[in-house]
Design a protein around this ligand. Structure first.
Ligand SMILES: [Zn+2]
Length: 107
């Protein structure tokens, strides 16, 4: 379930929600950067919006930022962050597999 932070309507899928954004005259990038802002942990700049997945799974706008930031962390914090990153990647891979299956049923 996705909830529109502007009008509180709920949507079954991202797709229908993203279609709904048109009624607010917003592009996806504008909606997410305004209502769910995410910032590069190193520079404090907004995360570039390429797609929703990318936006919510990246804490940096590029690998250089990430490397610089990691260098400033304690070894424990580095380990924690990299562990989180690995978990996220695994989840994403599994999610994609599920979506492939769902897509197959529809078509
Ligand atoms: Zn709305």
């Amino acid at each position: 379930m996705v909830k529109c932070k502007i009008c509180n309507l709920e949507f079954e899928t991202d797709k229908s929600f993203h279609g709904h954004l048109k009624s607010h005259k917003l592009r996806m990038v504008e909606y997410y950067q305004t209502h769910e802002p995410r910032y590069d942990l190193l520079t404090g700049e907004l995360i570039n919006f390429k797609n929703k997945d990318y936006y919510f799974s990246n804490d940096f706008n590029n690998k250089i930022s990430m490397k610089k930031w990691l260098k400033e962390q304690t070894p424990d914090a580095q380990k924690d962050y990299l562990k989180k990153l690995l978990l996220q990647r695994r989840e994403k891979r599994e999610k994609r597999r599920e979506e492939d299956v769902e897509g197959g049923c529809v078509s």
